[in-house]
Design a protein around this ligand. Structure first.
Ligand SMILES: Cc1ncc(COP(=O)(O)O)c(C=O)c1O
Length: 480
C-alpha cells in the first residue's frame, strides 16, 4: 500500500495516475454534447449503492471506469455553453493547473511552518484584491471557502466592533434580495430572529436608500444598535448592485459597519469596461469576493477583505501547538490568526496561476463578455411576446417567465414555467435556474460562460416555450 503514498519513490506513478485521470476528463469534456444527461436520482442511486467501499478495486484504471458510471457520465458540466443555471463558472486552465499543484504539494495555509511561500502568495493576492477595491493601506483579509463563510466572518467582525451591552439589540440591514447567508450568519452569531431588517428594493432590484435611512433612524429611536449594513454588489438573482456611495454615506452618518457582498460582482474588479459600476465599494469596512463565481476559478476560491487589518483580531486565537502568541512578535506570518478555519487549502494558488498566465485584464474581458451577452439576451427576451423579463441586466443574469397568450391564470402560468424547467433539466439539453418574483415562479439564466452565444439563448428560449406549451396542451386535455 505504500506505493500509493506520494513521495520521492512514487513520482512516476503519480505522473501516470494523474495523467490517466486528466486524459479521461479531457476526453469527456471534448465529447460532452449536453450540459447534463438528465439522469434521475432513482436511476443513478443503484449504481452507487451497489459499490462496496470495503472491497477496493485495487486498480486505478478500473476505478476510473467505475467513476465514469457513477459520476463523470452524468455530472453537470458547467463548461457547456447551455449550462445557464446557477452562479457556477467554467474554469480557466491555469487555475486547474494550480488546483493540481496545490493538492499534490498539499500545503496548509494555517501556519507559515505548513506553507512557507504559500502564505506569502496568499498575502500578495489579498493585497492585490484590496488595492483593486481601494480599501487603503491598512487593509487585509484572508481566503475563505466561499461567499457564505466570507459573509459570516465579516459579520462576526462587525458584531465585535459594535458598541452594545447586548446582542439582542444588534440589527443588520440588508436588501430583500440579499443572499440568504446574511440571515444564516445572524443566526450563527447568536443574534435574534428579528436581527436582520429587510430593506425593500426599487424597480431595478437595488436597495432603496430612503427606506434604509428610515430603518436606521427607527433603529436608533428604538434604542437598538445598527450593527451592519450589507450592500450587495451583484444580487444572486438579478445581478443588481445596491447604490454603494449612498449606502456608504448612511453608514458613516449612523456609525455603522458597511459590508459589501460582492461575491458575484467582484468580477468587475478586473473588468476593462464596467469597473465603474461598483464605485463606492472602496468605502466598505469589509468586502466578500468569490473568485469562484466571476474570476473563472474552480470551487473553492473566495476571500473576505477588511479596511482595518486590526479588526481581524476578532478571529484570532493562539494555541501553543500551532500559533503561539510569541510568533506575532517574531513576525512569523500565520494566516490562521485571521481565519475561521484552521487547516486550509492553498486555494490562492489558482488565482495566482491565473493572474500570472492570463493577467487580470484577461479575466476582466471574459466577465465583460458575459455581461454584454446578458444585454443581448435581455433584448431577445424583451422583444419576445412569449416572455416577461424582469430587469435589464447590470451583470449577467436574466430573470424571465413564459407567458402564454391564451392563459391568464397566474397559478397555471407558474405550473407551466415549473414544468418547463424540470422538463428541460430532464432532457439535459440545457440547465436553467428558477426563482420567485412577487410570489410568482420565474426562470433564470446566469450567464457566466463566454462561449454561450445569443443563438444558444434563443434556442433555449424555444426549448422552454416548447415544454411549457406541451404542459399547457396536456393540461387542457386533462380538463376536457
Ligand atoms: C450574493 C451572494 N453572496 C454570497 C453567496 C454565497 O457564496 P458561496 O456559495 O460561495 O458560499 C452567493 C452565492 O450564490 C451570492 O450570490
Amino acid at each position: 500500500m505504500r506505493s500509493h503514498l506520494l513521495n520521492d519513490t512514487t513520482a512516476e506513478q503519480y505522473r501516470r495516475s494523474v495523467t490517466e485521470g486528466i486524459e479521461r476528463v479531457a476526453a469527456k469534456l471534448a465529447a460532452t454534447e449536453r450540459p447534463f444527461t438528465g439522469v434521475t436520482v432513482d436511476a443513478l442511486s443503484p449504481a452507487i449503492d451497489a459499490i462496496d467501499l470495503d472491497k477496493p478495486l485495487l486498480d486505478t484504471a478500473a476505478v476510473l471506469d467505475e467513476l465514469e458510471d457513477v459520476y463523470l457520465r452524468d455530472a453537470i458540466y458547467f463548461h457547456h455553453p447551455r449550462y445557464l443555471a446557477h452562479l457556477n463558472c467554467p474554469v480557466v486552465i491555469p487555475a486547474v493547473l494550480g488546483e493540481a499543484i496545490l493538492s499534490a504539494v498539499n500545503s496548509s495555509l494555517d501556519t507559515w511552518d505548513q506553507s512557507a511561500g504559500g502564505t506569502l502568495i496568499e498575502r500578495k493576492l489579498i493585497d492585490w484584491t484590496t488595492a483593486r477595491i481601494g480599501l487603503g493601506e491598512n487593509a487585509d483579509g484572508v481566503f475563505t471557502s466561499g461567499g457564505t463563510q466570507s459573509n459570516l466572518q465579516a459579520l462576526l467582525l462587525a458584531r465585535e466592533e459594535a458598541k452594545t451591552d447586548s446582542f439582542a439589540k444588534l440589527r443588520i440591514f440588508a436588501s430583500e434580495v440579499s443572499h440568504f447567508s446574511v440571515k444564516k450568519s445572524a443566526k450563527l452569531l447568536g443574534l435574534g430572529q428579528d436581527s436582520v431588517v429587510s430593506i425593500p428594493v426599487d424597480h431595478d432590484k437595488r436597495m432603496q436608500t430612503v427606506a434604509l435611512a428610515r430603518e436606521l433612524e427607527r433603529c436608533r429611536r428604538d434604542g437598538l444598535v445598527p450593527m451592519a449594513v450589507v450592500a450587495t454588489a451583484g444580487t444572486t438573482d438579478f445581478g443588481s448592485i445596491d447604490p454603494l456611495p449612498e449606502i456608504a454615506e448612511l453608514c458613516e452618518q449612523f456609525g455603522t459597519w458597511m459590508h459589501v457582498d460582492a461575491a458575484y460582482g467582484c468580477g468587475l474588479l478586473a473588468s476593462v469596461k464596467y469597473r465603474g459600476r461598483i464605485d463606492g465599494i472602496e468605502r466598505a469596512d469589509s468586502v466578500t469576493v468569490d473568485y469562484h463565481k466571476s474570476f473563472f476559478q474552480p470551487v473553492s476560491s473566495s476571500a473576505v477583505l477588511v479596511r482595518d487589518a486590526s479588526t481581524l483580531r476578532h478571529a484570532t486565537y493562539h494555541a501553543e501547538y500551532l500559533n503561539p502568541k510569541r510568533m506575532v512578535t517574531e513576525r512569523i506570518p500565520n494566516q490562521v490568526d485571521k481565519s475561521l478555519q484552521t487547516t486550509r487549502r492553498f486555494d490562492a494558488l489558482k488565482l495566482w496561476m491565473t493572474l500570472r498566465v492570463m493577467g487580470a485584464d484577461g479575466i476582466g474581458q471574459l466577465f465583460d463578455e458575459v455581461c454584454d451577452l446578458a444585454v443581448e439576451g435581455w433584448r431577445l427576451l424583451a422583444a419576445d411576446p412569449r416572455y416577461d423579463v424582469v430587469v435589464e441586466p447590470t451583470l449577467s443574469t436574466l430573470v424571465f417567465r413564459y407567458i402564454p397568450a391564451a392563459v391568464t391564470d397566474p397559478a397555471e402560468i407558474d405550473r407551466a414555467n415549473l414544468y418547463a424547467r424540470k422538463a428541460l433539466f430532464a432532457s439535459g439539453d440545457a440547465v436553467v435556474a428558477g426563482t420567485k418574483v412577487q410570489g410568482r415562479h420565474y426562470l433564470k439564466f446566469t450567464l457566466l460562460n463566454p462561449e454561450t452565444t445569443a443563438e444558444d439563448i434563443a434556442a433555449v428560449l424555444d426549448l422552454i416555450a416548447g415544454h411549457a406549451e406541451q404542459y399547457l396542451g396536456e393540461s387542457l386535455d386533462r380538463a376536457s
